[in-house]
Design a protein around this ligand. Structure first.
Ligand code: SDX
Length: 429
């Protein structure tokens, strides 16, 4: 006998089915609640509300578990390439050698962007934040590929748009940086792999031979894998709900980039470094800043700490923290911000305020220190998060369209004026 949930309302008892996922998560299916009872549920921020079922990513916030299509993140970060993980997330299985070679070469064919787009870059001020540029550029891609405006045109057309996005996002990101520096754009090099090609477009100059330490390429590969998907987070839910209106994939991803920009979400990695630099400039008095983070009257929060789902260590933060030590040692970088970050973490994790609220370092707490060590400018940190998260956004959008999910349209409880009549402006006070 399958489990059900009974709700008593207005003297009646209503029964709703309980569904269970493959990882034994349970949900009360209230799809029929309003029709049966006239009631809706209210859950600001969707802290207790599942928006969908999904077979892409599983995370257990209590146990600190994260798996992409059943593969533990620890194994993928250690052994896989980012393009392999992108294929896994989007198409459901790790690729065979032939599938990987085909996927990689197809991506390589689409790394260029239409030459007309260079004029868009030149119209931006040098101080333009690259997330604003990236979000606009990704939506603008749809204007060059009108056949992509119908997301359900054909599986082949969908795959082509997916390839174009995976291939062009690093180019657009690197060119946003080059434009801010007023440096010449570097065109992609097909002989480089995904990460090395991005670093080339970011840092190479036409007048010099390009050299990059393999340690830096490996670090970027690991960071992109760790950011690749995270089930129904704010930006992924944005991509899904925009896509649910049958808006094209470029527009859906552009909306996801905008949602990721927020300092409470992907923008936190930039905020963490700026916070650590502020503490460093202030003399490194970590205890003072932990006190500020706990003070309700003080708007300061410990950026990179806390998480809606992880009430234990974010498994990605554990991997990144270890990678931090390894990479900075290999590169011979001695960053005082790392020492401050470790001290901040130690003080916070021993403090009752943080312990009682299950506040631990999240994916953003250490990632900025690695990005800084490999030369990525702070304002580009959230762009790096977007490049990493792109395959996850695409996979989630593809799953939503293939499941033919209805347009997302939450309900509300109205709390405003009940009835008023128009009166002339002379009578208004
Ligand atoms: C990402 O969802 C995802 O999966 C996101 C992400 C992904 O991969 O997509 O993991 C990426 O966005 C990571 C989070 C990056 N953001 C930050 O590091 C910003 C700092 N963190 C917080 O703003 C906060 O922890 C959130 C936004 C991450 C989570 O907020 P919640 O779940 O809404 O929790 P809350 O704000 O209600 O906080 C609960 C309590 C509150 O105190 P009380 O009202 O109980 O007294 O904890 C406090 C908060 O004031 N609190 C913090 C804190 N985070 C929460 N206090 C100080 N410093 C913090 N960082």
């Amino acid at each position: 006998m399958s489990e059900t949930a009974k709700i008593e309302l207005g003297g009646n008892v209503y029964e709703f089915p309980v569904i269970e996922g493959t990882e034994n998560e349970k949900a009360i299916d209230i799809s029929n609640l309003r029709a049966a009872t006239g009631y809706v549920t209210l859950d600001t921020g969707y802290k207790n509300t599942g928006a969908t079922t999904s077979a892409i990513t599983f995370l257990d916030g209590e146990e600190g578990i994260l798996k992409y299509r059943g593969y533990p993140i620890e194994e993928l970060a250690e052994k896989a390439t980012f393009i392999e993980v992108a294929y896994l997330l989007i198409y459901g299985n790790l690729p065979t050698q032939l599938q990987l070679d085909t996927f990689r070469s197809n991506i390589t064919k689409h790394t260029l962007v239409h030459e007309d787009m260079k004029q868009f870059f030149e119209a931006y001020p040098a101080k333009a934040h690259p997330m604003g540029v990236l979000s606009s550029m990704v939506c603008s891609l749809s204007t060059f590929y009108p056949e992509s405006l119908d997301p359900n045109r054909s599986p082949e057309a969908k795959d082509l748009t997916i390839l174009r996005l995976l291939a062009k996002l690093p180019t657009l990101a690197a060119w946003a940086y080059k434009n801010s520096m007023r440096h010449p754009f570097m065109y992609p090099k097909n002989e480089f792999d995904y990460c090395k090609n991005f670093l080339y477009m970011m840092f190479a100059m036409p007048t010099e031979e390009f050299k990059v330490d393999p340690v830096v390429v490996d670090a970027l590969n690991k960071l992109l894998i760790l950011h690749a998907d995270h089930e129904q987070n704010c930006s992924t839910s944005t991509v899904r709900i925009v896509g649910s209106s049958q808006a094209n994939l470029y527009a859906s991803i552009s909306a996801g980039i905008s949602a990721l920009w927020g300092p409470l979400h992907g923008g936190a990695n930039q905020e963490v470094i700026e916070m650590l630099e502020k503490i460093h400039a202030d003399g490194g008095d970590v205890d003072k800043w932990v006190l500020k983070a706990k003070d309700k009257e003080d708007p300061f929060r410990l950026m990179g700490f806390g998480h809606r789902v992880y009430k234990n260590f974010d498994p990605r933060a554990k991997i990144i923290k270890k990678a931090c030590d390894d990479i900075l040692e290999k590169l011979g970088v001695n960053d005082p911000l790392l020492a401050i970050a470790k001290r901040l973490e130690q003080v916070a994790l021993e403090d009752e305020y943080f312990k009682s609220r299950n506040l631990y370092p999240n994916v953003d707490f250490y990632s900025g220190i690695i990005y800084k060590a490999i030369g990525i400018p702070t304002e580009m940190f959230t762009v790096m998060f977007a490049i990493g998260r792109l395959p996850g956004w695409i996979a989630q959008w593809k799953e939503m369209t293939e499941n033919k999910e209805p347009i997302g349209r939450p309900r509300q409880i109205y709390t405003g004026e009940v009835l008023r009549h128009y009166d002339s402006i002379e009578n208004r006070k």
